[in-house]
Every structure is written in C-alpha cells, then in structure tokens.
Design a protein around this ligand. Sequence first.
Ligand code: NI
Length: 337
Amino acid sequence: MTLRGTRPGPLAVLALLSGGSMRVRMLSMALLLAAAGCASPITTTGTPPTATIAPTGQATPIGPNEPTAPIVPIVPAGPTGPPGRTTPAAPAGAPVAGTPSATASGTAGARKAEARPDWPVGNFPAPRPARRINCERVRCVALTFDDGPGTYTGALLDMLARYRGRATFFVVGQMVPGDGERILRRMVAEGHELGNHSWSHPELPGLSEAGIREQLNRTQWIVKRATGVTMDLMRPPYGATDARVAAESRHLGLAQILWDVDTLDWRDRDSSIVARRAAEATPGSIVLMHDIHLSTVQAVPRLLRHFAARGYRLVTLSELYGRRLVSGRKYPVGSGF
Ligand code: NI
C-alpha cells in the first residue's frame, strides 16, 4: 500500500495557517528555529498536510492493506479549565502566556464534558497505571514521539487506542499551552507516558547549568499543571547530552531516554520510508519518531498492523523496563550515545 495525498490549494493552506493557535505556534516555532540556524527536526514546512489517508491497491512490504480512517486535525474545544486540585507553584521564569483562563464558555465546557464523561472539566485525568508485561518473555517495542503535542497528535491517539497500543510522548513545553493541555490529559487518561523534551528544544550542552535547569523545569511545571503528572523521563533534544545535562537530569529525577531505532522521519517526510525504518525494531527497541509530522502519523496504522501481526506489545518506557529507571542515567544502556 502506498499513501497518496492531495496537495491543498491556496485556500486550504490559508485555512491551515490561520486555523488554530497550535498551528500558529508550531509555525512560529519553526520560524524561530530556522532563524537561529538550527537544523531542527521541528518544522512544519515540507510535505503539505493532507486531510485523509487514501489507501491504494498496492501491497505494503510490512503489513496487509486495509482501509484506514481519515486523519482529522484536532479541533480546539475551548480553553482547558485549570486543574481543580493542587496547582504546582510556577518556577522562576515560568511562562504565563497561554495560561488557561476563565474564558471557557459554558457551551465549550459542556461539549467537552459530554465527550468524555470520565474526565470532568477542571480535574486532572485519572492516570491509567502501567501494565505488568514481562518484556523479557514477550516481544515489546516502545514507540516514542517527540516535539509535540501537535496538530495530528489527537489522530495518533485514536490509532493507538484502536490497537490498544501505548506510547511515550516526549513533550516540548512551549507546545503545551492551549490545545496541547487537552491532548496531554487525554494521553494520561489513556495510559501513555509523558517525558520531558525541554521547553524550546535547544542543544542542552550549549547552555549554562541554570539554562539546562530552566529548560527542564519549565516543562516539568507545565505538564504537572496540565495533567497532575510529575515526569521521570527526559530526552535531550537531538540526543545531545553531557555530564552537566546528566547532573541536572539527576537533580530533577529524570532518566535520560535515547533510542536504538531512528526513523529520520523529520527528514524523510514519506510514510512508507518511516514505516519501513520503524519496522526494523526488534524486541526491546525504542523507536524515535515525531508526532508533529503528518507523514509520521500516516505511517502509524501500518506499523500497528505490522507489530500486531508479529505478536508485539506496544508499551511505554516504564512498561518496557518494568522498573523505575535511575535518574540521570542514559537508556538504553550501551546505546552509543
Ligand atoms: Ni526533538
């Protein structure tokens, strides 16, 4: 099966650019990083977004062909109400922009509550606990998605739910305010794991110790505020780490998670290529992907079928290791990073 999309016309592009605060934020972030000369995987330019996955009759090398549901970008449902229980104190320099305000209309709140009755507005979602899976006996693979939450993350969560797959999302803090808070709360409610991927995706070894700490602290804070979850995993942007990054991670109780399968999905915006690379995972693999790219999300249905057909369980990092990881240490151990 190949994936075929239609290029959006000028009006569609205009609608995309003006259609939501998250898109605007992603775009401005891409521009910011481009201006900084950063060879970043965070960019929304490149392959134009498409509205649906159109299955064709060609066989895919990694799984059977079957129709897939359209990918529907998330629709803002109004501001997320502030968490109703404890709200952690903001660290120095914590952002105030994007803070949930009291402007949620009764209509938007009612619609959201109706859609998810187990998830009352104003409360943290009840985290679904990690499953007890012995990944030394069962084939496990940990899919990880970095740099979001993004426009297509909601569609990705729908796909994972359909296959009872769980994943780990390494969150960029500045992507969270607004719609991202709702997405993060859904991740927690559906059993996915959250990890810290810095506030604005810099190369951490290039920062001062205070700078490294602020990058990690701000993201810890906003995720805690949105979900009630205190993360204990981090992934350094670009996989760039050193002794000081390790020390600050240890200080904040964060294990460093790298990967052993790199899909290079930020570079190759082709879902066939992404799916093929991810399918190289072996039992125990940690697969690196980015949920801000449509082509990556489009690759996921095939991946889910591929792994399901081979008896794999799609697990979070905590489920993969089955124990609490050591703060500051790099995983997978001996990964060469
Ligand atoms: Ni990244």
